[in-house]
Write a protein that binds this ligand. Structure first.
Ligand code: ADP
Ligand code: MG
Length: 316
């Protein structure tokens, strides 16, 4: 199968909201009048961002999910996406699984694949996404204010447990491990939450590199500090009983793809009303005017904590 047959068979789908889609030198889209375009891209490299044994179906899901999550973190509605693939070989079974995982999630979010690039090389998946939000509305990292509540969606630390278990087998019940693996392989982008937060949140991002490290980005860009409580970080029952032991997973685990945001305390009840069974919302601390981040343990002692999140260039 040559490159063009491959694109036709696995990635070309009929589109309804795109003026010109896959097949030409460029795609053409028409943004909605009165909306801003939000654009983001993310790259996944085999061995660096995912284990080589992960299924192609999960990779298809995850490579789109992490980009949808960036749109969620901005409060934007994802609309169009481009997919660039470097593949070691054109394996039909891999492509079929990958595109099934991709389109299952794309269809859920009614997002259209409008182009990309396909080349031979070490497995790398690069995705560019375009979304829309009403003119001037967004959830930046730089607008957190002292006295804001700090919120996080979903549960934190589960994906990190699955990662940890790959290198060092943990003594963990199989159903808990399966749940953690599901969080790692099939993150749920919080798109509707992000949009619903536009009127309330001051600052927001998605937790991809670890809760504390990602919170630091908001604090630095906003010129504020924060007090956060380990005991309040939402997680599963198994981790809840082992918070001190697996502190690194809760504070610096990464791969959660939950939204971390700050909002004035007066919106507490409006924000609580956005929580659902599948997407609980938890207040884990408060923004402060002191320029430092303090994480407290259950005895209200400050946790001395150094691993601030994942950095591809300093990670060992
Ligand atoms: P060009 O020669 O201009 O680089 P290509 O031959 O690479 O174009 O691609 C042909 C068409 O297929 C283009 O419209 C491109 O956007 C699209 N395309 C290529 N690879 C992918 C992919 N992995 N997913 C979606 N669209 C793709
Ligand atoms: Mg090309």
């Amino acid at each position: 199968m040559n490159e063009f047959q491959l694109i036709d068979q696995y990635f070309r789908r009929s589109t309804t909201r795109t003026l010109l889609g896959i097949g030409d030198d460029a795609a053409i889209v028409r943004p909605t009048r009165g909306y801003d375009l939000h654009i983001s891209s993310d790259m996944l490299v085999a061995g660096q961002h995912f284990f080589r044994n992960v299924s192609a179906y999960a990779l298809g899901h995850k490579s789109l999910a992490v980009n949808l999550s960036d749109m969620a973190a901005m409060g934007a509605l994802p609309r169009w996406v481009l997919l660039s693939l470097a593949l070691p070989q054109s394996l039909e079974s891999w492509l079929s699984e990958f595109s099934s995982g991709w389109f299952a999630l794309a269809d859920k979010h009614n997002i259209e694949l409008i182009g990309g690039d396909t080349t031979c090389g070490p497995l790398t998946i690069s995705v560019t996404i375009l979304g829309e939000a009403p003119v001037g509305q967004c959830l930046p990292r730089s607008k957190a204010q002292a006295e804001d509540d700090i919120w996080v969606s979903g549960q934190i630390g589960l994906a990190a447990i699955a990662v940890k278990n790959q290198t060092k087998r943990l003594d963990i019940p199989s159903e808990v491990l399966a749940e953690c693996q599901r969080k790692l392989d099939f993150p749920t982008p919080r798109v509707s939450l992000g949009m619903a937060l536009l009127p309330y949140a001051h600052a927001c991002l998605d937790v991809s590199d670890g809760l504390v490290g990602d919170l630091e980005h908001i604090l630095e860009q906003s010129g504020v500090g924060a007090n956060v409580y380990l005991s309040k970080i939402p997680t599963c029952n198994w981790l809840d009983e082992r918070r001190e032991e697996f502190m690194d997973c809760l504070l610096a685990g990464g791969d959660d793809y939950e939204l971390l945001f700050t909002a004035p305390a007066c919106y507490h009840s409006q924000i609580m009303s956005l929580a659902t069974v599948d997407c609980p919302l938890t207040c884990i601390g408060k923004v402060s005017s002191q320029h430092e981040l303090c994480v407290y343990d259950k005895h209200h002692h400050v946790i001395q904590f150094h691993r601030k999140g994942f950095d591809h260039f300093t990670a060992t």
